[in-house]
Design a protein around this ligand. Structure first.
Ligand SMILES: [Zn+2]
Length: 445
């Protein structure tokens, strides 16, 4: 798919040029599969996270927020199964030093045997037998680097929610069913990262764990599956590029009874960027057993005791931002000229509007500054007086800015300005006094 690959290359290049995403530590040659968000990227990602938080925590009475630490007691990962089970069998090539998953379909023969052939350098008999490799990043707490001091960077945010489940339940006076939502970083030492920010070793999750009575889990699972798809479509992502993928028994994680991925059709194929999982009572039961602390729920109505089931919605904030960028990216021709435009939903666009004095004289800069100073109290807006108006429009199209506000000669006379719509390219005259209200109405989601 050379064309598809090119689209991705052009998006990566635009992301760097316009300040969405930079390679980590680029001046030192970069750190593999680690990325930094620039001025526009951090606004985009913050807007996505903020919208998620609002829909999960603020708009619902039955979900509480949490911000747990990245470092946790090592026993958490024993109980959760991550220490024993969160591993991939890997093989190394002793010739070229490349490392592969043992089930890499490109490997011919059985690794460890003389017939096995390295898919990169082609050497025979140089592949080691498969060895288990844990995906958790390990470090040491305190001054001594010894086994007793080992801690892990969390590979998922969910465990911080489970170990706080009773704290949140008691302090918030919630009753089951209820949920806990969290946005935070997680780390996995992936062996085959790649595709820009799609598979990275450090990433941010937006996770919500919904605690329900056993027997009602199926109904809540269906509910959250539909809710999450609706939310993504509301984010402006084209519905025809989204689909569910149900996990087969082979794909199911060790804790899951049923799971669906939400996939997006990237230029590199359909890929998962969010999951809805029925984790049953696996995690809470394991933590109750390992900690010796009761994690049962006492139903006040029936006086029944049970360990709740958990329905999880787990989204990658970075992957969602990538989906939004890929989906918004358009190359088109306008009046015989090529333009690149990011058609972000206005509510999550990094910049909401740009203010342009048509020329830098005749009172236009002064009026433009006044308008800009007023608007930036309400929205993230940008001031640009450099270059032709056409060039300024194109720069904002590439940034995905929904509205361009131009102050011209008529503005000085009658106090109106033109507002250009990024998508329709239509221009309307609006009273400068009413601009804040005009924008607010159009940015409401
Ligand atoms: Zn090799």
């Amino acid at each position: 798919m050379p064309e598809a690959a090119n689209v991705m290359d052009r998006l990566v290049s635009l992301a760097k040029r316009r300040g969405f995403v930079f390679q980590s530590s680029e001046i030192y040659g970069g750190l593999g599969s680690v990325w930094d968000y620039g001025p526009l990227g951090v606004e985009l990602k913050n807007n996505i996270k903020e919208r998620w938080w609002r829909s999960m925590v603020h708009e619902r009475e039955d979900i509480e927020g949490l911000d747990a630490a990245i470092l946790m007691h090592p026993k958490v990962w024993e109980a959760s199964g991550h220490l024993a089970g969160f591993t991939d069998p890997l093989v190394d090539c002793r010739q070229c030093k490349n490392r592969f998953r043992a089930d890499d379909p490109r490997i011919k023969g059985s690794p460890g045997q003389p017939d096995a052939q390295c898919p990169v350098c082609g050497s025979k008999g140089m592949l080691t037998a498969p060895r288990m490799f844990n995906l958790m990043f390990k470090t040491f707490m305190g001054p001594v680097e010894e086994a007793a001091a080992v801690v892990y960077l969390r590979p998922e945010t969910a465990q911080g929610i489970y170990v706080n489940y009773v704290n949140v339940l008691q302090s918030s006076r919630q009753k089951i069913p209820f949920g806990i939502a969290q946005v935070g970083k997680a780390f996995r030492n992936e062996i085959t990262p790649g595709n820009f920010t799609f598979r990275t070793r450090e990433f941010e999750q937006m996770e919500m764990q919904f605690f329900v009575k056993p027997g009602t889990d199926q109904q809540w699972f269906e509910f959250w599956r539909e809710e999450r798809m609706k939310w993504l479509v509301g984010l402006g992502i084209r519905a025809e590029r989204l689909r569910f993928h149900q996990h087969t028994p082979q794909e199911l994680a060790h804790y899951a009874k049923e799971a669906y991925d939400i996939q997006y059709e990237f230029p590199f194929g359909w890929q998962e960027f969010e999951g809805i999982h029925n984790r049953t009572d696996f995690d809470l039961s394991r933590h109750q057993e390992a900690s010796g602390k009761k994690l049962e729920y006492l139903d006040p109505a029936t006086t029944e005791r049970f360990i709740p089931y958990v329905v999880e919605t787990s989204a990658g904030a970075d992957r969602t931002a990538l989906v939004v960028m890929v989906d918004a990216y358009h190359e088109e021709e306008v009046a015989g000229e090529k333009r690149v435009v990011l058609r972000f939903h206005p509510a999550i666009a990094p910049l909401k509007a740009a203010v342009f004095p048509l020329v830098n004289k005749d009172g236009m800069p002064e009026l433009s500054r006044r308008i800009f100073d007023d608007l930036r109290k309400h929205q993230k807006v940008f001031y640009d007086d450099g270059g032709s108006i056409g060039r300024r429009y194109r720069r904002q199209d590439e940034a995905g800015t929904p509205f361009g506000i131009t102050i011209d000669g008529q503005s000085i006379q009658d106090g109106t300005v033109t507002v250009r719509d990024r998508d329709t390219l239509l221009q309307v005259r609006v009273a400068a006094d009413g601009l804040a209200g005009y924008l607010a109405e159009r940015l409401r989601s």
